[in-house]
Ligand binder design. Structure first.
Ligand code: NAD
Length: 497
């Protein structure tokens, strides 16, 4: 059984810590690797490698950086399959979904390939007589990325291609539950020609994270994960004067109006709730059925939920894999039970599902819970599993109000054929990413990704133009070049005027 090591300064190292954590195959339930868990000495080593590499990398020309980014893009594109297999084996998601995640990461790399255009400054000729003013942006230094288990390839790619293109160096602390994808990507960066130390992978848990937050040479921290940790990261990093963007959890609602094509809505809701076993920060976990839409919608969703093929992520027939750990399975099943206890109606029950040949796997089947009330635990908690709660509302305004009362504000969607209702919704909801007849409205890489309220702490969204702004700081130069003849006025006399 191989132990997954850190990648620091262009080589693998087990570091100085003797601690390790288990990495499971969620489909079989078996431990397949150990991963090293960094000590504070290992944090120092990773940051020192990145700090040293920064001196040279921050001076590399735009052409050199662009060339390496294009190389990296080609290599990732050529290795989508093996990378997707690594993701599937440690996360559990089906291969096609894992390949889709790599594709969305690739799009951020492609965006970062345009870095010469993105970093162009401004120039004001003759701002005052003989005076010009211009601006440009410089990299920050060592940037840290701390990422969740649910997108082990894509979420780090929201960060490092942009940070590195901007001239920074990077220390990635991926989730300890599925750490291998990051080491694979590190090899591709090296093959692309990135100098050693520019991209480092530090494996670990809270010790590694706290070490990065406290390290004086870490200039900026990007975090994606659950809300309590996002809030902690934001507070700890900002009180030490670091730049920080911390993306948190979600409870994404979809409103279904009676004028919607309900068959279309039910298909898309099923995909958005159960794809990747609901372990997506943009998954729809609450359907708000308005008025007469309710009963028909629940019937359709029940039928479609029952048709989802659950199995090993490596099996091409599987549409949905297991959840990530035994603890996640237990937690999700406990929340379904709490809904039942509090009076909701479990219309499709995924508890206790076993997949033949994978009896020890961490499987939970698609679950639909109707008649959910906002006061119930199953509604209040982020379940992060294949569970769709259906809440009923009388009007579109009541549905919008429900969304706005929720502490999260990551994504939301509406299904309707009314332009007027859609427009009222898009203007009225306090949420960062909005879909109109699109259930998972993840912005393209050339926009920025981010929620509102408890779904994001900090003021910059991730990747896209806001990513470039996050990973750079501006300089404005005011310059005057006196006429050369004045230079001849030099005198050996003591200057008196
Ligand atoms: P998590 O918060 O448990 O872990 C995220 C990272 O933080 C990991 O690298 C982990 O090692 C580290 N961490 C965990 N506990 C810590 C602690 N006490 N102190 C310091 N660091 C700690 O999240 P997860 O379970 O890996 O991922 C699922 C969560 O991520 C969900 O809440 C989901 O909504 C969220 N998520 C959000 C987005 C978004 O864009 N807003 C995207 C993906 C996932």
């Amino acid at each position: 059984m191989a132990t997954i090591e850190h990648w620091i300064g262009g080589e693998f190292t087990s570091g100085r810590s003797s601690r390790t954590g288990p990495v499971f195959n969620p489909a079989t339930g078996q431990k397949q690797h150990d991963v090293v868990l960094a000590s504070s000495d290992d944090v120092d080593a990773a940051v020192a490698a990145a700090r040293t590499a920064f001196d040279e990398w921050s001076q590399a020309s735009l052409s050199k950086r662009t060339k390496i980014l294009f190389n990296f893009r080609e290599l990732v594109n050529a290795r989508v399959k093996p990378l997707a297999e690594i993701v599937s084996d440690e996360h559990g998601k089906v291969l096609s979904d894992a390949a889709g995640e790599v594709q969305r990461g690739l799009e951020v790399i492609e965006f970062a390939c345009g870095i010469p255009q993105l970093l162009k400054g401004e120039y004001s000729d003759q701002a005052s007589t003989g005076v010009d003013v211009f601006s440009f942006r410089e990299p920050l230094g060592v940037c840290a990325g701390i990422t969740p288990f649910n997108f082990p390839a894509m979420v780090p790619m929201w960060m490092h291609p942009v940070a590195i293109a901007c001239g920074n160096t990077f220390v990635l602390k991926p989730s300890e539950r599925d750490p291998s994808a990051s080491n694979f990507v590190a090899q591709l960066w090296r093959e692309a020609g990135l100098p050693d130390g520019v991209f480092n992978v530090l494996h670990g848990d809270k010790t590694a994270v706290d070490g990065l937050l406290r390290h004086p040479d870490v200039a900026a921290v990007s975090f994606v994960g659950s809300t309590p940790i996002a809030r902690y990261i934001h507070d700890e990093a900002s009180k030490r004067g670091k730049r920080v963007q911390a993306l948190g959890g979600a409870k994404n609602h979809a409103i279904i109006l009676p004028d919607a094509d309900l068959e279309f809505a039910a298909r898309h809701l099923t995909a958005a709730a159960f794809g990747s076993a609901g372990e997506r920060c943009m998954a729809i976990s609450a359907a708000v059925a308005v008025g007469a839409a309710g009963d028909t919608l629940v019937d359709l969703v029940n039928r479609k939920a029952g048709e989802v093929v659950v199995g090993n992520g490596r099996d091409p027939a599987s549409e949905m894999g297991p959840v990530v750990t035994a603890a996640a399975k237990q937690r999700i099943e406990g929340l379904i039970e709490s809904g039942e206890r509090e009076g909701a109606k479990v219309t499709v029950d995924g508890r206790g599902l076993t997949v033949p040949g994978f009896e020890e796997g961490f499987f939970v089947g698609p679950t639909v819970i109707d008649q959910v009330e906002p006061s119930m635990e199953v509604y209040r908690e982020e379940i992060f599993g294949p569970v769709l709660s259906v809440v009923r509302a009388d009007t579109v305004d009541a549905a919008i109000e429900l969304i706005n009362s929720n502490p999260y504000g990551n994504g939301t969607a509406i299904f309707t054929s009314s332009g007027e209702a859609a427009r009222r919704f898009q203007r009225g909801v306090r949420v960062g990413m909005i879909g109109i007849n699109v259930p998972i409205p993840v912005p393209m890489a050339y926009y920025s990704f981010g929620g509102w309220k408890d779904s994001l702490f900090g003021d910059k969204h991730i990747h896209g133009p806001e990513g470039v702004s996050f990973y750079t700081r501006g300089k404005v130069v005011t310059s005057r070049w006196p006429h050369v003849s004045h230079a001849y006025d030099a005198s050996l006399h003591f200057p008196t005027a």
